[in-house]
Design a protein around this ligand. Structure first.
Ligand code: G3P
Ligand code: MG
Length: 249
């Protein structure tokens, strides 16, 4: 029996392979991770890409905001060489690539939808996510989260059956606004670990939510969170956790 709760490989294994790429998810899976987290954005032509930042500066060989770009530009980017020559030619994946990876490895995924401007782009994001996830075989292994709670509300309308998680900042934990998560039947709260207290965790658990905390990068902090009773931990360092912890599905 492991002392740790469920472990989510945050952006894959980003200290060993370029974050949010198939290589990163594959590395996490190779180490034993059963769940990964990734960030999902929507480009001007509706392409769903897996990237954390609003620009490609940090994680590719190029620069600029990807917001007005589409599939053609996406294919031209190298998302691995910046990390190491081993990963040159690695691409920024589309959501469909991640779904294929998840199906072939039976990996669960937390898809974090990045906030987008209101209006048509938001509708496109939700529609295209819904279509892409139809191919995800094990629906129990999908968790959709966002800091944009209006977006989450719209996802709930479009996808009545999907599991949702309410992401919150330290300020939102303080304000207690996470309680609104019950209105759209979220199964989990995803609080930032910074300033989080044991009492916060107990309140969330007592309200009936899973509590998956991000981003926990030392075993010492992970043990503390586990002792508080959190149900899950997001980490950039899956390689530090024992195999039996990673094996928790
Ligand atoms: O989903 C948990 C965590 O990824 C949220 O923050 O900025 O790392 O996407 P961020
Ligand atoms: Mg994220």
């Amino acid at each position: 029996m492991t002392e740790f709760p469920k472990i989510f490989a945050h952006r894959g294994a980003p200290t060993l392979a370029p974050e949010n790429t198939i290589a990163s998810f594959a590395k996490a899976s190779e180490i034993g991770a059963r769940w990964c987290e990734c960030d999902v954005g929507v480009m001007a032509d509706g392409t769903l890409l897996i990237i954390h930042d609003d620009t490609v500066d940090r994680t590719t060989n190029s620069s600029g905001s990807w917001d007005s770009w589409g599939y053609g530009e996406l294919r031209r980017l190298d998302a691995g060489a910046w990390f190491s020559p081993t990963y040159r030619f690695e691409r920024i994946p589309e959501l469909a690539d991640v779904v294929s990876f998840a199906n072939s490895t039976q990996t669960g995924f937390n898809f974090e939808l990045k906030p987008r401007a209101a209006g048509r782009r938001r509708d496109t994001l939700i529609e295209n996510v819904e279509v892409a996830l139809r191919s995800f075989v094990n629906k129990d292994k999908i968790l959709i989260s966002s800091f944009d709670h209006d977006l989450l509300r719209a996802v709930r309308e479009a996808m009545p059956e999907v599991s949702l998680a309410w992401l919150c900042t330290p300020a939102e934990v303080r304000a207690g606004s996470w309680r609104e998560a019950s209105q759209i039947e979220c199964t989990a709260i995803h609080p930032c670990g910074q300033d989080l207290t044991e009492a916060d965790v107990h309140e969330m658990l007592d309200a009936g939510f899973d509590v998956n905390v991000w981003t926990v990068n030392t075993l010492e902090d992970a043990r503390k969170a586990a002792q508080w009773g959190v149900t899950g931990i997001f980490t950039d360092r899956v390689q530090d956790f024992p195999a039996e912890a990673l094996a928790r599905a």
